[in-house]
Design a protein around this ligand. Sequence first.
Ligand code: SF4
Length: 362
Amino acid sequence: MVVRRDSAVGEQGSGGSRKTGKTAKKATPTKKAVPGKKAASARKATPAEKATPAKKATPAKKATSVKRTAAAKKVAPAKKVVATGEAVAVKKAAPVKKVAVKPPTDESRTALVRRARRINRELAEVYPYAHPELDFDNPFQLLVATVLSAQTTDLRVNQTTPALFAKYPTPEDLAAANPEEVEEILRPCGFFRMKTKSVMGLSKALAEEFGGEVPGRLEDLVKLPGVGRKTAFVVLGNAFGRPGITVDTHFQRLVRRWQWTAESDPDKIEAAVGALFPKTEWTDLSHHVIWHGRRICHARKPACGACPIAPLCPAYGEGETDPEKARKLLKYEKGGFPGQRLKPPQAYLDAGGRPAPPLGAA
Ligand code: SF4
């Protein structure tokens, strides 16, 4: 079974982003249909999106985004973020605003590689403390937490796993557990019956086939119940130090917005993006992209006006471009809020990040 993390709730997913390229062509008719009211209707589309998940709003927005791409050169949207930024790392990205937006039409392979690597470098400055957002002390905990993170947030998983691992610290313990008791612990994660089956099943397989240890090979990991390539790469990259690209819903959306690839199949995205970067950068690249997707480049309302890499992004304008309004869309430490981990790495705390509250706390 292929596990999708964070993939359900409100994500526009592949379809929405993939349309970007086509929309450039279709934008012209849209413009005609909405002559003078364009700005107003585009704004009003936002509340409407809640009721009707954005079908109508999407073309209008995209038409706007395509048109504004060129204008963005001079707007330098990152500029005001610097002035207002509550987030330290957003400030660090200020130099990016000097770079002109490069329309990727007819972009050569070399230019694409350069632009992609530049975006990754900029993101490394924006998120120097990027890390896996699941709390774990060993590969077994990371594997279980990653499986549990399907269809829910890392925060909710982090708030749930302390009780699970306190009661069942090893694969043998979890494999021998009473399923109903495990279900009760996992209830806050959603899909708790299915997830109980998966984590108990993989624990049994670990206990019986791998001596109670998590294997460090892709081909072994993907044979475990509930473990797909993405979960396997999370574990390999973060518990074993083996490079891997994690193609979750954020990764899929962002790389298409950046026109790194037009693929929609996760395995093809993984191959296409992997070819743009040295293997040694794959794990950090995954963190950077996913962190950016969670904090700034959201599915429905990307905060373009507060985005440090706006000058490098062909999709600038797909979201809110007003710096003040965009700043209010920022999440986690970029918006001045707690992060997802209850036990974040020291680098995150040193940068002003705050730990997430335990389950049930306000
Ligand atoms: S938030 Fe940034 S990366 Fe995302 S679409 Fe807007 S400018 Fe591009």
